[in-house]
Ligand binder design. Structure first.
Ligand code: GDP
Length: 442
């Protein structure tokens, strides 16, 4: 997970401060020295680190912090606020053209994740009931056009292409024409990258920019490349006047330096972050939530949003009814498990829970394999068995274990867990009934 090292170190520095009833100027200075080292080790640009530390120090050593009733907490608050500010303060939303279509030009080096991010962004826009058109103007990277077409098809987003023989300027122009004619409200142009920043690429991009007149020029950079990503952003910004950055591969074990430096160095806000290879792994970037996550203060808002996206409200209502009447079946159990898993890897979700700090998380190994086994076992049952698990005798259990590639013990264990869950639901239901009675509900 990104930021793991930084997060762990900042949290231990912060918890030392928090625990103190009285914080002296020397304590703050010592903490700042440690934070400085932690940031440098996380590959944050050294100038950025210096400015950050100076700002925090100035505020934290102020009388109102040290003389307050909870000085430790106040210092943590200052660090959190300054970390948020460093990453851009507030969420920076996409521009919308006053006269559609809104034109978004995607730029970046090869391999940064430009094509993937274009498709992910198109998906995000479709989910907001927009009608995006993807324009395949990366004519150099072998298979980039095909890749975009395949992604577009999976996501139900139209991809416009003229093959790899036309020049990108012409492709962009024709794509925008099509969007205007056919009432697409957003055009996403996937341009060609190179292995390094070079003049030919910039010339070509300037050509596309001239005809496309984009509302947004988004640079896609790879978080795993650390300070290199920041240097790339600086060069692109100088040449192209970027409007924002998409930082990809934040799901990997990047030390996080790029995320913390790019806004301060280029003054370009991070608008989205890529959190995985799948099409739904692109999130709007919220500096405040990211700062809280890094400091182990959780990110409940993102967790709720993920749940809202993954959970089917109708199904949830149905489930609640069944829980009350104690008619829960293994089918419901499986459904529930699958909905939770749609929210993403459990470890990522745990990191969003306040108090679940990096150190504690190290001791929790979420056994995704065990979840796979549970799914396989339930899927190997007949519908009748799922609704009536009490008929599962020894021979049925053997058959299910064979069919799911598990053991009879695994099947037994799952059934036992399910029975226990039903039992606790029964208790809960009767508790709820009693409370309602006491409160005079009908
Ligand atoms: P392009 O050359 O910039 O168009 O790069 P691609 O879109 O083809 O992406 C390069 C590789 O990075 C592909 O294998 C993608 O699946 C992968 N990738 C892109 N974004 C992410 C991300 O956020 N997380 C992870 N783990 N992989 C990503």
């Amino acid at each position: 997970m990104a930021f793991e090292g930084l997060s762990g170190r900042l949290q231990s520095i912060m918890s030392k401060l928090r625990g103190k009833g009285k914080v002296t100027e020397a304590d703050v200075k010592e903490a700042m020295r440690e934070i400085r080292l932690a940031l440098l080790e996380a590959d944050v640009n050294f100038k950025v680190v210096k400015t950050f530390i100076d700002r925090v120090k100035e505020r934290a050593i102020g009388q109102e912090v040290l003389k307050s009733l909870t000085p430790g907490q106040q210092v943590v608050k200052v660090v959190n606020e300054e970390l948020t500010e460093l990453m851009g303060g507030q969420e920076s939303k996409l521009a919308v053209a006053s006269k559609p279509p809104t034109i978004i030009m995607m730029v970046g080096l090869q391999g940064a994740g430009k094509t993937t991010s274009s498709a992910k962004l198109a998906r995000l826009l479709s989910k907001q009931n927009k009608k995006p058109l993807l324009v395949a103007a990366d004519i150099y990277r072998p298979a980039a056009i095909k890749q975009l077409e395949v992604l577009g098809e999976q996501l139900g987003v139209l991809v416009f292409s003229l093959g790899d023989k036309e020049n990108p300027v012409k492709i962009a122009q024709a794509g925008i024409e099509k969007a205007k004619k056919e009432q697409f409200d957003t055009v996403l142009i996937d341009t060609a990258g190179r292995l390094h920043v070079d003049e030919q690429m910039m010339d070509e991009l300037r050509g596309v920019r001239k005809v496309a007149e984009p509302d947004e020029i988004l640079l896609v950079i790879d978080a795993m490349t650390g300070q290199d990503a920041v240097n790339v952003a600086e060069s692109f910004h100088r040449e192209m006047e970027l409007t924002g950055v998409i930082l990809t591969k934040l799901d990997g074990d990047t030390r996080g330096g790029a995320a913390l430096s790019v806004k301060a160095v280029t003054n370009c806000p991070i608008k989205f972050v890529g959190m995985g290879e799948k099409a739904d792994a692109l999130e709007p970037f919220h500096p405040d939530r990211m700062a809280s996550r890094i400091l182990g203060m959780g990110d409940v808002l993102s967790l709720i949003e993920k749940a809202q996206e993954a959970v089917d409200v109708e199904k949830a209502k149905e489930l609640e009814k069944k829980m009350r009447s104690q008619k829960l079946t293994l089918n419901d159990f499986l459904d529930q498990l699958q909905q939770v898993r749609k929210m993403g890897p459990l470890e990522d979700m745990l990191a969003m829970i306040p108090g679940a700090n990096a150190k504690a998380l190290k001791n929790v190994t979420v056994d995704e394999k065990k979840m796979d086994r549970i799914e396989a076992i339930i899927q190997s049952m007949t519908s009748h068995e799922k609704d009536h698990p009490e008929i599962l005798n020894a021979s049925r259990r053997r058959r299910i274990a064979m069919g799911s590639g598990t053991s009879v013990q695994d099947v037994n264990q799952l059934l036992k867990q399910f029975q226990e869950m039903k039992k606790s639901m029964k208790q809960m239901a009767s508790m709820m009934k009693n409370t309602k009675k006491r409160k005079g509900f009908k």
